[in-house]
Write a protein that binds this ligand. Structure first.
Ligand SMILES: CC(C)(COP(=O)(O)OP(=O)(O)OC[C@H]1O[C@@H](n2cnc3c(N)ncnc32)[C@H](O)[C@@H]1OP(=O)(O)O)[C@@H](O)C(=O)NCCC(=O)NCCS
Length: 189
């Protein structure tokens, strides 16, 4: 089990927090272009207002934020004010035949907050939300092949690989990345 070094709060982000979300998301895409389907360049062109429009206004969809006490997690740069140090997005399918399924996207924890169980807490919150609030049966995600840290996180929570998408992401004229498609059966305890 990862050590929980500081008080951690996980809750859905609000539209008025779009500027902080934008900062976090741009940092994620800049530092880890190989981990995400979205590109830094495209996201950077979006204003805080456009980010705000992407924040779901209510369930079932949500972007969960993780807030750590800045004093207890030095390096986050916010003193004693709880700092947004991580995020995980969730959306549920709407069509009748697929609305038993949902997806997790955009899992990210800032470097200064890593290895304290933040991602694990975000993941457990999304799983609980998908099962209890959205009442889903299947939670899906994708992880780029070779992202060992993320893969371990998801596998430990019970996600299983059900396929590989070859050339899922194109990073340049001669560079592609494959993605593992993973799913968690929410009907299991
Ligand atoms: C992957 C990531 C979200 C993990 O965040 P974190 O808060 O440090 O993870 P946690 O502390 O909750 O760790 C939970 C588990 O994940 C795995 N894990 C996390 N970091 C790891 C690392 N550097 N190496 C190996 N396993 C790791 C471990 O299984 C860990 O459990 P353990 O500590 O009992 O071994 C974070 O490193 C990150 O944001 N990476 C860049 C973006 C990214 O890859 N996002 C995922 C996209 S699919």
């Amino acid at each position: 089990m990862p050590q929980q070094a500081a008080p951690l709060l996980i809750r859905p982000l609000l539209r008025r927090e779009a500027a902080a979300l934008r900062d976090l998301r741009l940092e994620a895409l800049r530092l880890h272009p190989e981990a995400f389907g979205a590109s830094f360049e495209e996201a950077e062109r979006m204003s805080a207002a456009q980010f705000a429009a992407q924040v779901p206004e209510g369930p079932p969809d949500a972007i969960f934020g993780a807030f750590l006490d800045g004093a207890a997690a030095p390096g986050l740069g916010t003193g004693t004010v709880p700092a947004l140090c991580g995020m995980a997005g969730f959306f549920a399918e709407r069509p009748a035949k697929t609305r038993h399924k949902g997806s997790l996207w955009g899992m990210y924890v800032r470097p200064a907050a890593r290895r304290h169980g933040v991602a694990q807490a975000l993941l457990q919150r999304v799983i609980l939300h998908a099962r209890e609030v959205a009442r889903l049966e299947v939670l899906r995600l994708t992880v780029v092949e070779g992202n060992a840290a993320a893969h371990r996180l998801y596998a430990a929570a019970g996600f299983e690989t059900y396929g590989i998408e070859r050339r899922a992401l194109r990073l340049g004229p001669d560079r592609w990345l494959d993605e593992e498609l993973m799913a968690l059966d929410l009907r299991r305890g």
